[in-house]
Design a protein around this ligand. Sequence first.
Ligand code: PLP
Length: 440
Amino acid sequence: MTSRILHRGRTAPPVARGGKGPWLHLADGREILDASGGAAVSCLGHGHPAVVAAVQAQVGALEYAHTGFFTNEPAERLAEMLVGHEPGGLSHAYFVSGGSEAMEAALKLARQHFLEAGQPQRTRFIARRQSYHGNTLGALAAGGNAARRAPYAPLLADSFSHVSPAFPYRGMRDGEDEAGYVARLAEELEAEFQRLGPQNVAAFVAETVVGATAGCVPPPAGYFRAVRAICDRHGALLILDEVMSGMGRTGTLHAWEQEGVAPDIQAIAKGLGGGYQPIGAILMNERVLAPIMAGSGAFAHGHTYLSHPVACAAALAVQEAIAKDGLLERVRTLGARLEAGLTERFGNHRHVGDIRGRGLFQAIELVEDRATRRPFDPARKLNLRIKEEALARGLAVYPGGGTADGVAGDHILLAPPYTATEAEIDLIVARLGEAVDAAL
Ligand code: PLP
């Protein structure tokens, strides 16, 4: 079939026609076990009846009403569900169409907060290397993935600087313990505040658990408490990007709940709507909103599809299913099984250097040499070869790393649906094992 779509490669990929749970049905008859939900999107798998019914009902009732004139019921109910009982004091939601849009909104909201708070000099943002915050220009400027940034460097704002990621496997020094590592990262962040002038910094931006650029890297214990303390000391905001790691993926609704801190602004997307509709959001606390509400009264930002009723209805149904079916508990149980399976299969593998993650967000990192942690030559494109070998065995996994700039090596990211069975989790490990060995 010739295709008129600008695909990601020279040729069109296979056609996906249907799906049920973690299984995708291709037009050529193949059945693919979707072990990553795309890029950690399909948290309920495919064809969830309650979500499908909610989308159908909403599109029949009201497909669209511009937020410059009206609000709508699914958006109001979704906001109430997300922030009404929020443990971290997040009080309001703002619904957009995806993760990059959410990050753009987060950055602009932080900027407007300080403009209206009488601190217009706070124009600097500190983010981290090996991070990904989206592909639009603001989000790309925040991101610290050198390979993705390089072609667009002349278009990116220079208000962002990047410090080291919290990446124990690659960043911890020999003989250093976790507390020492966290203290060193905190010192580096403090030094960056001082370099920029603490009064000039608007926010620190980070993924709570790093997703695609480094491969499911949870923070070392105490890291975000140290970061929060530095931001508070200097009056800067903390923006956490949970576009990939949020909405239950790590076993709590928000990944930051496991860190003993709360952000001022949080971006969410993928697991919010589970892929049933394009939707993202920012959640924010009263502190962020207070000067705006006392001043201009409105967030000076907007897109045509804010609070889209059908997208919000889909997300509401996804979040209701997660709550009603006890799926956070399920993520913790299945996540432990996945981690144990990966450890059993790859724990002694000579080319698997690290197995890491939280909940149903797990990755393996491939290395040429386990002792020195030397990555494979990126020119081998090992991650892509594993993806292809996996697909040939009926398994979809998400490849990452392996870029020439990357301190991180090739990795394979797994993010199966919260509704998967134990047998499906075991099959993911078995097929991935065969794919890795075939690709090496
Ligand atoms: N932030 C993180 C952490 C992501 O993983 C992604 C996407 O992978 C984004 C932002 C951008 O989201 P989207 O692709 O929906 O624009």
